[in-house]
Design a binder for this molecule. Structure first.
Ligand SMILES: CSCCC(=O)/C(O)=C/O
Ligand SMILES: [Fe+2]
Length: 186
């Protein structure tokens, strides 16, 4: 089950959990309200090879996801592993939603709370599906187990290109803030 929390400000290893002391958990409803991030749970088999197709199909159909593939992120399975991990952890936006379903392993998506610019860390474990809205500042890191396998979805032909911060003038960012009722420069 996905969990989320405000991150501490420590510059310790990105793979640590970076919980505050005392902990500042973020409930799912709060996460959605503050950031627009959506969450679904999809039952997945122990080895990650099968999942609840019926539940997933409904989400695919409702949201128009026509593309699907799988990423296996480990040192010996992902080409240019170090370079890709560096890119994943560089703060960025996309012009479209970023949709991931964790089927094996685990990892962290960090998203910026748009009013305060604080980082919220979202932990993905098998069965967790998250949808990051277009235009949200975010990044991804493996945790200290160094492994995740995830399904990726997209509407139409996939565009994975990250747009690194600063991207405040990008239409997806402008729309994101408008949708969240965030006043720029206020
Ligand atoms: C768990 S998927 C790897 C991270 C990724 O694809 C991405 O775009 C992060 O922003
Ligand atoms: Fe991304």
């Amino acid at each position: 089950m996905v969990s989320a929390w405000y991150m501490d400000k420590s510059d310790a290893d990105q793979r640590e959990d970076h919980r505050c002391n005392p902990d500042r958990p973020v409930r799912l409803e709060e996460l959605e309200k503050k950031t627009g991030v959506l969450y679904f749970t999809i039952p997945v088999s122990e080895d990650g090879s099968s999942y609840d197709e019926e539940k997933l199909n409904k989400i695919r159909k409702d949201r128009g996801y026509s593309y699907q593939d799988e990423v296996d992120i480990a040192r010996d399975t992902l080409p240019n592993y170090e370079e890709k991990l560096k890119h994943f952890f560089t703060e960025h936006i996309h012009s479209d939603e970023e949709i991931r379903l964790c089927v094996k392993g685990s990892g962290y998506f960090d998203v910026r709370e748009p009013n305060t610019d604080d980082w919220i860390r979202i932990q993905l474990v098998p069965g967790d599906m998250i949808i990051l809205p277009a235009g949200i500042y975010h990044r991804f890191t493996l945790d200290n187990k160094n492994y995740i396998k995830a399904l990726r979805f997209f509407v139409g032909e996939p565009v994975w290109t990250p747009i690194n911060r600063p991207a405040d003038e990008h239409p997806a960012r402008v729309d994101y803030l408008k949708n969240r009722n965030v006043k720029v420069g206020a």
